[in-house]
Design a protein around this ligand. Structure first.
Ligand SMILES: CC(=O)N[C@H]1[C@@H](OP(=O)(O)OP(=O)(O)OC[C@H]2O[C@@H](n3ccc(=O)[nH]c3=O)[C@H](O)[C@@H]2O)O[C@H](CO)[C@@H](O)[C@@H]1O
Ligand SMILES: C=C(OP(=O)(O)O)C(=O)O
Length: 422
């Protein structure tokens, strides 16, 4: 197992290019199952999660070619010769459940392994199943698998989500494109990844209105055709690297960065004492003083502060002046980075879904363990600001969501290296 060694040091200066969004690409890829014509995605990120989705789609009979070093994914689902998403693939990645809606819509049946919980929470899929039932699907849970059927095809319906779910909105949005009649999705997720999916489906011939708002209306069509679509910028990778010059000092331009993707996050940065300026190529980030000020953060669905940036924000607030309160409202167990940050000298008190962080002047390097994707990168950010060396182990979590993290940070002056097999 590889680890990453970070030596805390001076300011970071230069440019970091931001990749296409993992979470958009993971829902755009299953959209290929909706059509027998090719779907090509450009600006795809090169990540292990994308490789896992590739394997899953191929196991269902789709052809997926990774071109231009992985930045272009050429997919074609002419024949779906297997309608079972196997446990051995699904268990690796929860986003695998996103093949359920498209398979059901196209083939009238699907068997998908239940993904199970993960380190950050139980993460049930009940909302995915109920939403598809509202479109006439019949569901049975057997031996750890969801057996779904829609013998006469899916029919438009009304979906009322009791809470906002990104994945469930994506699943039912894809399914509704081929359902007979009109579907209304109430309390839909508004994340940029949903808008990106809707844009791609529209290019494929889907009739969708209201994407980016809480009510999405889909008028079903008989078939979808091929399309080419660029994956939207990764707002979580963007937010993560925006924190690098804030934690270390210096000035970094995030190429491809867009303010509309990170509004709530930028608002918090401004309150902390950080300048974020739009440039021709992206966003320029610079800390105003020597040390940021404490700020309270509550995670919420978009357009609120994203849960996927909470760990990284905590790493920053560990060295802020004053006491910050972070409330995690999306996942019940998403503070596993806190004990590791405490090993580096942070002052953090966790009670249920609330973490109180009192800033210290400087963290100290230590061996730490990554427990999930965003926790891993928060420890790297903390290490960049700490005195001495920080070794982050279990970095396979990081490979799920950050491409070329070492070279991107090295390019702006960070002392960071990947060590194989440790
Ligand atoms: C691949 C992907 O895009 N992952 C993102 C997606 O995950 P994901 O789509 O899994 O997250 P959801 O928005 O569905 O989860 C929100 C909340 O709803 C709960 N829930 C969800 C579905 C369900 O059927 N029942 C249920 O109770 C979840 O446990 C969680 O507490 O959105 C999350 C919230 O922004 C992000 O942190 C993840 O990075
Ligand atoms: C939680 C995340 O991803 P996933 O939903 O794929 O586990 C994430 O991207 O931070």
């Amino acid at each position: 197992m590889d680890s990453i060694l970070v030596t805390g040091g001076g300011p970071l200066n230069g440019q970091i290019p931001i990749a296409g969004a993992k979470n958009a690409c993971l829902t755009l890829m299953p959209a290929t199952l909706l059509s027998d014509e090719p779907l090509t995605l450009t600006n795809a990120p090169r990540l292990s999660d994308i490789a896992t989705m590739t394997t899953l789609l191929q196991s269902l009979g789709a052809e997926v070619s990774s071109l231009q070093g992985g930045q272009v994914l050429a997919m074609s689902s002419h024949d779906l010769n297997n309608l079972t998403a196997d446990y051995d693939i699904v268990r690796k990645m929860r986003a695998s459940i996103l093949v359920l809606g498209p398979m059901l819509a196209r083939a009238g049946q699907a068997v998908v392994s239940l993904p199970g919980g993960c380190a950050i929470g139980a993460r049930p899929v009940d909302l995915h199943l109920k939403a598809l039932e509202a479109l006439g699907a019949e569901m049975e849970l057997k031996d750890g698998y969801v057996h779904a059927k829609a013998p006469g095809g899916l029919k438009g319906g009304v979906v009322d989500f009791p809470i906002v779910s990104v994945g469930a909105t994506e699943n039912v949005l894809m399914a509704a494109t081929l359902a007979k009649g009109t579907t209304v999705i109430n309390n839909a997720a508004r994340e940029p990844e949903i808008v990106d999916l809707a844009l791609c489906l529209q290019k494929m011939g889907a009739q969708i209105e209201g994407e980016g708002t809480s009510t999405i209306t889909v008028h079903g069509v008989d078939r979808l055709h091929g399309a080419t679509h660029p994956v939207v910028t990764d707002r979580i990778e963007l937010g993560t690297y925006m924190l690098a010059p804030v934690i270390c000092g210096g000035e970094v331009e995030l190429l491809g960065g867009r303010l509309d993707l990170v509004g709530a996050f930028v608002e918090k940065l401004d309150q902390c004492g950080v300048d974020v300026t739009e440039t021709k190529s992206g966003l320029l980030v610079k800390r105003r003083g020597d040390r940021v000020k404490a700020v309270d953060v509550v995670t919420e669905p978009f357009p609120g502060f994203p849960t996927d940036l909470q760990a990284q924000m905590m790493a920053l607030l560990c060295t802020a002046e004053g006491t910050s309160v972070l409330e995690e409202k999306i996942f019940e167990n998403r503070f596993m980075h806190a004990p590791e940050l405490i090993r580096m000298g942070a002052n953090i008190d966790v009670h249920g879904g609330t973490a109180t962080v009192t800033g210290v002047e400087r963290l100290k390097g230590a061996p730490v363990m990554a427990t999930d994707l965003r926790a891993s990168v928060s420890l790297i950010l903390a290490g960049l600001a700490a005195e001495g060396e920080t070794r982050v182990s279990r970095v396979y979590h990081l490979d799920r969501g950050y491409e070329r993290v070492v070279s991107k940070l090295e390019a702006v002056g960070a002392k960071i290296e990947r060590i194989s097999g440790q």
